[in-house]
Design a protein around this ligand. Structure first.
Ligand code: SAH
Length: 206
């Protein structure tokens, strides 16, 4: 898998090492084991998906995480992305809006020794009630219709957010560097087309 990732332009050695060390098949149903190391998204519980390995690698690389950094992830899902970031030395705070996934993934991450702090809630709002922020990095792993203001507020000045933002056909991967509090000081770089499950906001919570 790591060689395939290199061929796709992943050259951050810390990302490649973490992806080599965290077995992806731990995060999917055993019935899908044979596909665990292919570059494809797979179904997990609650009609959600674990992202392609190349997408996880690309988002991790764009995030430019250093050990000790506080990272806020929106969309815990299977927990795979969170586990990769933890393995890279980050302090990971992850929010999931579906209770079924939250319960299962939180228990599994703890059991496997990935000390990721998991929260149930609407990640569109970030982590408002519990104040662990501001964060060095924010990673959104569901497709957003707009840049969530609350998440930008919880990001440190100088911090980076990686987010797939909706366009006409799917999503475009953005990296936003917060060079100041005002919107004019958010530097946006674009990294091509991706496809994610939608980020749902509070009004659509079930
Ligand atoms: N990072 C995950 C990807 C999971 S798919 C992984 O490595 O497996 C995206 C996840 O985002 C889904 O689990 C979905 O339930 C969740 N999600 C969608 N909208 C959300 C929101 N507003 N807040 C928190 N999680 C959300």
């Amino acid at each position: 898998m790591v060689e395939a990732l290199r061929a796709k332009g992943i050259n951050d050695e810390a990302v490649l090492k973490a992806m080599e060390e965290v077995p992806r098949h731990w995060f999917i149903d055993s019935a899908l084991d044979t596909f665990a190391y292919e570059d494809r998204a797979l179904k997990i519980n609650c009609d959600q998906t674990i992202s392609h390995p190349s997408t996880v690698a690309m988002q991790s690389q764009l995030l430019n995480v250093q050990p000790g950094m506080k990272v806020l992830e929106i969309g815990t899902g299977s927990g795979y992305q969170a586990a990769i970031l933890f393995k890279m030395g980050a302090k990971v705070f992850s929010v999931e809006r579906q209770k079924g996934l939250f319960d299962k993934t939180r228990a599994m991450l703890a059991e496997l020794g990935f000390r990721v702090r998991c929260f149930l809630g609407d990640g569109y709002q970030g982590l408002k009630e519990v104040n662990y922020g501001p964060y060095d990095r924010v990673i959104v792993t569901c497709g957003a219709r707009e840049i969530p203001t609350a998440l930008m507020q919880q990001l440190k000045v100088g911090g980076i957010m990686v987010i797939p933002l909706d366009d006409e056909t799917g999503q475009e991967m953005l990296r936003i560097t917060k060079e100041g509090e005002e919107r004019e000081k958010w530097r946006v770089e674009r990294f091509g087309a991706y496809s994610f499950v939608p980020m749902l906001d509070g009004r659509q919570m079930n």
